[in-house]
Design a protein around this ligand. Structure first.
Ligand code: NAI
Length: 328
């Protein structure tokens, strides 16, 4: 079975090629272009395609893929908010994903962002390089004995809870399902979490019910001087409301690995381009905000696990077996 990869980078090719020989039944074809209705129409002789977080896997694209003979969409990521699962089912396309490749990778980035905005590492790094050793404006806060509020205690949220606990923080969480593996976490209602947390980190999926869960109203309920981190999905946060909150000095710091307008930027080098998106430009203008480009997943261990599970998914599909990673 041939698999056409969309938006593949050298690091994707390297990690998949390392294990390809173990799957003689699979042929891998790497395309740099992103998946869209137009690029989908170029697929030839591939029963499967492989896509990533910023791919357009809408009904329109799935229809074209089905006309090109595609029967399997392999998402090489955990989140699937960009996939129209009902449409995939309608067109007879199976969708599989990589549910958890390295939850620690994402949680460790969440804490990296929290500590970076807290201790102003983004400023300190540049200052010292400029021969400026002043500490003015670099005051942080101890996280020890402060309260961490984790929203969503699945695989990544649980890893973040353990990290926060390791920092000596009091860890509270909101999730409809209480994770029995987290006895050190105290579950509270969302309003209570917003009102008492010194650090809030989002780890729930983007769905209709979680879209813009962080908005004017929920930001107002947060403690003044909170550190807010989103490594989950941009759509969880109403960016305009976040910007308004930042302008009102609500936040000590904000760390975003994901943001609503990331799709046109993510994983590409635009250094010679004029930035057209004014919301992104505004976000980047604040001294207490750090934005990274969806790199939570980006560790050697995670890349290895992503390629392994993706090819195992394809192999299971070919054998007619269930892998447990099917989404429809
Ligand atoms: P998971 O499925 O293990 O856990 C998600 C948890 O969120 C579940 O416990 C669920 O009950 C909870 N949840 C659902 N709705 C909620 C709500 N309204 N409020 C609070 N909790 C709610 O997922 P996992 O693996 O922990 O991943 C979480 C998210 O992280 C993914 O959906 C994805 O969007 C994001 N992610 C980001 C990456 C990055 O590179 N920045 C990489 C991988 C995932």
């Amino acid at each position: 079975m041939r698999i056409t990869f969309f938006a593949s980078k050298n690091y994707d090719k390297d990690s998949f090629n390392k294990i390809k020989a173990e799957y003689p039944e699979l042929e891998l074809e790497y395309w740099e272009t992103e998946l869209s209705a137009k690029t989908a129409s170029y697929v030839t002789d591939s029963e499967a395609i492989c896509a990533f977080v910023s791919a357009d896997v809408s009904e329109k694209v799935l229809k074209v893929l089905s006309e090109r003979g595609v029967k399997l969409v392999l998402m090489r990521c955990a989140g699937f908010n960009n996939v129209d699962l009902d449409a995939a089912t309608k067109y007879g396309i199976k969708v599989m994903r990589v549910p958890g490749y390295s939850p620690e990778a994402v949680a460790e980035l969440a804490m990296t962002l929290a500590m970076s905005v807290n201790r102003h590492i983004h400023k300190a790094y540049i200052r010292v390089r400029e021969n400026n050793y002043s500490l003015q404006g670099l005051t942080g806060v101890d996280l020890y004995k402060k309260t961490a509020g984790i929203v969503g205690t699945g695989k990544i949220g649980a890893a973040m809870a353990r990290i926060c606990h390791g920092f000596g923080m009091n860890v509270i969480a909101y999730d409809m399902y209480h994770n029995p593996d987290l006895p050190l976490v105290k579950y509270v209602e969302m309003d209570g979490l917003l009102a008492t947390s010194d650090l809030i980190s989002l780890h729930c999926p983007l769905m209709d019910s979680t879209y813009h869960m962080i908005n004017k109203e929920t930001i107002e309920k947060m403690k003044d001087g909170v550190i807010f981190i989103n490594t989950s999905r941009g759509g969880l946060v109403d960016t305009d409301d976040l910007i308004e909150g930042i302008r009102k000095h609500k936040f000590f710091g904000v760390g975003l690995d994901v943001y609503e307008e990331e799709t046109d930027n993510v994983f590409e080098n635009h250094e010679d381009d004029i930035m057209m998106h004014s919301t992104t430009a505004r976000l980047l203008s604040f001294p207490n905000v750090i934005v990274t480009s969806h790199q939570g997943f980006f560790t050697a261990e995670a890349l290895t696990a992503i390629s392994r599970v993706t090819l195992d998914n394809a192999a299971a599909y070919l054998k007619g077996e269930t892998a447990g990673t099917e989404l429809n």
